[in-house]
Design a protein around this ligand. Structure first.
Ligand SMILES: *[C@@H]1O[C@H](CO)[C@@H](O)[C@H](O)[C@H]1NC(C)=O
Ligand SMILES: *[C@@H]1O[C@H](CO)[C@@H](O)[C@H](O)[C@H]1NC(C)=O
Ligand SMILES: *[C@@H]1O[C@H](CO)[C@@H](O)[C@H](O)[C@H]1NC(C)=O
Ligand SMILES: *[C@@H]1O[C@H](CO)[C@@H](O)[C@H](O)[C@H]1NC(C)=O
Ligand SMILES: *[C@@H]1O[C@H](CO)[C@@H](O)[C@H](O)[C@H]1NC(C)=O
Ligand SMILES: *[C@@H]1O[C@H](CO)[C@@H](O)[C@H](O)[C@H]1NC(C)=O
Ligand SMILES: *[C@@H]1O[C@H](CO)[C@@H](O)[C@H](O)[C@H]1NC(C)=O
Ligand SMILES: *[C@@H]1O[C@H](CO)[C@@H](O)[C@H](O)[C@H]1NC(C)=O
Ligand SMILES: *[C@@H]1O[C@H](CO)[C@@H](O)[C@H](O)[C@H]1NC(C)=O
Ligand SMILES: *[C@@H]1O[C@H](CO)[C@@H](O)[C@H](O)[C@H]1NC(C)=O
Length: 718
């Protein structure tokens, strides 16, 4: 297995400024600007970064922001598209469909002709423009101006979103010319991806309190989930309340239920409260509690977390929570190293701290909010997805916040206990789609090897790993592994697999093979530590299976020119003969060729055979020998980086930046790291190369600038 446990460390840090000064100690910063002030939550909110830019606590359930009409996976995007409402739960940085964003609030400063039906209800018609330059954000706070004359400010506690809507300039609509405004606030039984199955809502005519429930579908998974809310208002007096359906509202009845019908998207429906006597400069506060248990629990969450509707207090608490989280890292900004040319120290710090911040948004702590099973264990949700997060997010959290990582590990094991399987992806209490291997194996073993032990039931954890490795689920699209019969008997996943033992998307035979090999290696490591010699032997042997798809005489050309590198992983059939997938296929050179979870997807997932040939994170020595020795290996890596074949915006792109280490050329890892940061990780709203994927890009940039690449799933042993 060779250099399987090399921790890539320090040479990269040495060349980076700021560099790591002290981890886990609390020294006074030598600059007036604190880590908190450097965080810019708007990085990655344009060009597909899909970062959640709104207000949240670290790993908080409530994630509140303005929702826009375009590229809105994270709710808000810095693309100038108009706002359809303000909603309370989001995921961050994800691909696929938009997530959550249930029960948005929308505010009209007044209704035309001062009649309820002068206000527009449907989401598809009511959107309102963003005032240019009005958006800003910092951890725990987001603000945006709407051309209708509303300045919205947003903060949050763990399960409650708090909004302050201040009326000004453009705001019109009251019962007298230039008289007070009569704003209408509605809560809509919808979500961003328009998946509502059913819902029910009611409004209290005296207090304006709105409560309700809806059942929706997850954004990258299977099944449905039910969510509840409880909205209270402060700052205006109630003029009237009512419900709306489709395009019209009315003050009777005070509640409404909607079931699935033939409307698509689902028919607009919800409740409203109409206020009076609001002057320009006045603010209305909306407090929205959330719960997956009941609307009563949503009200309790709101009442206990934000009893007095105080915006400044809630914000101060959020600010404090973030400062505490960030305080475990200190950086020394004095540098004598100008080897990479002039560096803008402020920008580098912004890139770094914003990356750290984004790595602590997800997964979300839904402890006490899981209606699916009774348990005293923590419950975290939005492992979205572990295929993305095993490489940098969890190793980073392990390093800077081992307590949270412990809770997450316990939660993963509890999910196994009650669902029967570890997830590869999970969101909104539902099973999410598996992209490759059973990579929760890597997360568990990484944590185990790094002494994440407090209260963790590792016996059950080990049992979960063995189940992934040994038992094929009936449907392996959202748990476990497919093709296990072939995996055990042939040592690879055949492109034309015969697998009558379960069903799933019969694609990605090459990338699944190399990932299963790595998953088995991780299991072997844990078996070794537990003294389970037979398991250790068995899984170590299986971990070498990646080489079974290595076709030694496979060449690769780009536009007819031979790259002069020979030997790539290739699809293989049941009968043992190799098939063919152009090694550059599924690379950025061909716009990825639709190698996703589509039914006609191909043999490698979101990446080429060029890339997957390098994926033997545990077996670098064999890999280097197989590819012709260190020199050829280094020039092959160079070619990967320089030819346009590598996309660092997808998580498999991280490892090849550091693989030079294993060929004895660590300085070249540093050189590549310096090329990608800051050229592709910068301070602009488009400043990350791909989806942040729940903080994958953020944690990658943070780790890399600290000079660490964890090669996750392996020990720290040098
Ligand atoms: C407002 O009143 C005007 C004049 O009575 C009428 O033409 C218009 O349709 C009304 N608009 C709405 C939205 O009620
Ligand atoms: C006021 O409304 C106009 C017209 O919609 C818009 O162009 C302008 O940006 C708005 N101004 C503010 C401060 O909202
Ligand atoms: C939010 O929840 C976490 C985890 O339970 C807890 O440690 C923290 O104190 C809570 N924050 C606030 C502001 O209540
Ligand atoms: C909505 O659908 C869910 C799932 O089918 C069901 O459990 C729930 O009772 C329904 N709610 C209403 C109000 O019909
Ligand atoms: C509305 O509330 C009334 C009184 O609580 C109740 O009887 C009725 O069933 C509710 N209707 C809907 C549509 O939920
Ligand atoms: C590095 O650059 C800084 C800022 O331009 C300068 O003050 C410092 O003297 C330089 N250090 C070296 C060793 O050249
Ligand atoms: C884990 O704990 C063991 C036993 O206390 C210790 O020997 C080892 O160095 C620790 N490893 C890490 C990564 O902290
Ligand atoms: C591969 O080698 C051939 C023959 O020496 C040369 O013409 C070609 O340019 C080389 N390909 C690359 C990508 O350098
Ligand atoms: C092996 O199977 C593949 C796919 O069915 C087929 O194309 C190929 O001809 C077979 N090779 C041999 C030697 O039978
Ligand atoms: C900032 O990063 C983005 C995303 O990687 C990249 O497209 C852009 O060119 C970078 N901007 C600069 C000025 O380097």
């Amino acid at each position: 297995m060779g250099f399987r446990s090399l921790l890539v460390y320090s040479t990269v840090a040495a060349a980076f400024s700021p560099s790591l000064a002290a981890l886990g100690t609390r020294r006074a910063l030598d600059t007036a600007t604190t880590a908190y002030d450097f965080v810019n939550p708007l990085i990655g909110t344009r060009n597909g970064g899909h970062v959640f830019a709104g207000a949240t606590l670290p790993f908080g359930m409530a994630k509140a922001v303005a929702d826009v009409t375009e590229d809105n996976q994270g709710g808000y995007a810095s693309n100038g598209s108009p706002v359809t409402g303000f909603s309370h739960l989001h995921d961050s940085g994800t691909g696929g469909a938009s997530s959550l964003a249930n029960f948005p609030i929308f505010v009209h400063p007044g209704c035309k002709n001062d009649t309820v039906n002068g206000c527009v209800f449907p989401k598809s018609q009511r959107s309102v423009g963003v005032v240019e330059g009005s958006v800003s954000a910092r951890p725990g706070y987001f603000t945006i101006g709407l051309v209708s004359g509303i300045k919205a400010e947003i903060t949050a506690s763990n399960h409650t979103a708090l909004y302050k809507f201040t009326f000004s300039g453009n705001a019109t609509g009251g019962n007298a010319v230039d008289g007070p405004l009569s704003p209408l606030l509605l809560v809509d039984l919808t979500d961003l991806p328009n998946t509502r199955k059913n819902g029910t809502a009611s409004v209290n005519s005296e207090t304006g309190r709105m409560t309700g429930t809806g059942t929706f579908s997850p954004s990258f998974g299977f099944g449905t989930y039910t969510l509840h809310y409880c909205a209270d208002f402060k700052g205006g007096s109630i003029r009237d309340t009512g419900v709306f359906i489709n395009t019209r509202g009315g003050s009777e009845p005070k509640n409404i239920t909607v079931q699935e019908d033939s409307n698509s998207p689902p028919i607009p429906a919800g409740t409203y409260a109409w206020f009076k006597g609001v002057e320009k400069g006045d603010a209305l506060i909306a407090r929205v509690g959330l719960s997956f248990i009941s609307s009563e629990k949503a009200c309790k969450n709101a009442e206990s977390e934000i009893p007095d509707f105080s915006f400044p207090d809630t914000l101060a608490t959020a600010e404090k929570a973030w400062k505490e989280k960030l305080s475990v890292i200190q950086i020394d900004t004095r540098t004598t190293d100008n080897s990479t040319g002039p560096v803008d120290m402020k920008d580098l710090q912004t890139i770094f701290w914003s990356g750290v911040y984004r790595a602590m948004i997800s997964p979300q702590d839904y402890t006490g909010e899981n209606p699916l099973w009774d348990s005293d264990e923590p419950y975290y949700d939005s492992y979205y997805c572990i295929w993305d997060s095993f490489r940098s997010i969890h190793p980073f959290i392990t390093l800077v916040d081992p307590y949270s990582q412990t809770l997450m590990i316990r939660s993963l094991i509890d999910i196994y206990r009650h669902e029967g399987w570890l997830p590869d992806c999970r969101m909104s209490l539902c099973k999410g789609w598996t992209q490759g291997g059973s990579n929760a194996d890597v997360v568990l073993v990484d944590a185990y090897l790094k002494n994440i032990t407090q209260g963790v039931d590792w016996d059950t954890g080990y049992e979960a790993l063995i189940k992934d490795a040994e038992v094929e689920p009936q449907v392996w699209d959202y748990e476990g592994r497919g093709g296990l019969h072939s995996w055990k008997n042939l040592g690879y996943i055949p492109a034309d697999d015969f697998d009558p033992y379960g069903n799933g998307l019969f694609t990605r035979s090459v990338s699944r093979t190399v990932e299963y090999a790595y998953n088995d290696f991780c299991i072997a490591e844990m078996a070794e530590r537990l003294g389970k010699g037979d398991d250790y032997e068995k899984y170590t042997k299986r971990s070498g299976n990646w080489i079974n798809l290595y076709k030694a005489d496979q060449t690769s050309s780009i536009k007819g020119v031979n790259t002069n590198f020979t030997g790539f992983v290739q699809p293989k059939y049941l009968n043992g003969t190799f098939g063919f997938q152009d090694p550059t296929f599924c690379s950025p050179l061909n716009n990825f060729d639709s190698c996703y979870l589509n039914p006609n997807g191909h043999e490698t997932y979101e990446g080429s055979a060029w890339l997957y040939t390098f994926f033997a994170p545990h077996d670098m020595a064999s890999l280097i020998t197989t590819l012709g020795g260190p020199d050829t290996f280094v020039s092959r890596l160079d070619f990967l980086h320089e030819s346009g074949l590598l996309y660092v915006g997808d998580e498999q792109g991280f490892l090849p930046i550091f693989q030079y280490h294993y060929a004895g050329r660590p300085a070249k890892s540093a050189e590549r790291a310096h090329y990608y940061i800051p050229s592709q990780f910068n301070t602009s709203t488009a400043g990350i190369p791909g989806n942040d994927d729940s903080g994958a890009m953020g944690s990658f940039v943070a780790l890399t600038m600290l000079g660490i690449f964890p090669n996750p799933g392996q020990s720290w042993r040098l």
